[in-house]
Ligand binder design. Sequence first.
Ligand SMILES: [Zn+2]
Length: 204
Amino acid sequence: MRPLSRGEQERQRKRARAGRTSRARPSARVAVPRVGFGYDVHRLVPGRRLRLCGVDVPSPVGPLAHSDGDCALHALMDAILGACGLPDIGQLFPNTDARFAGADSRRLLAEVVERARRAGYRVSSVDVFLLVERPRLSPHLAAMRAVLAGCLRVSPDAVGLQATSGEGLGFVGRGEGLAAWAVAVMTADEAHPRSHRTKKGIGT
Ligand SMILES: [Zn+2]
């Protein structure tokens, strides 16, 4: 191999220095958002209250569940917990635990938001999607969005909420159940001592 000239050696040293600097900066200063995804499904049965996003919707059927069966909030909680690397709601609020029988999921969501805060994260934005055949949810979406924003302590424009029917297809279309999906974007709280993540900081 041809030996490098002095000029070439100097240029190579400069490139190496620049490379080290550009790699060091982002990890030191930029808090990368974390994204979590959640899904939930419940069977619908006669005589149960239908509560979604904390809003009671008049309906002859409601979810069969240990808690209040708020499918939307359950998906959302798992999205938040997943983004933070925390245990899911099945582990935090087991359906074998009598303390959570009939539990108001808004209270559980408040606890999840608090756990995320203790782990060093706050909610940046969420998007929730509901799949329900009947009743139509459109008259209730504004109220649901307001409840979500309040529980999450974010402005309503940081909350996406959509609902659609199953078009008569599958278990949703036959009215046997309902489903919800949610995505949560979490940002590291810069004021938090654990803001720059270590394995030790996660899992409380
Ligand atoms: Zn559920």
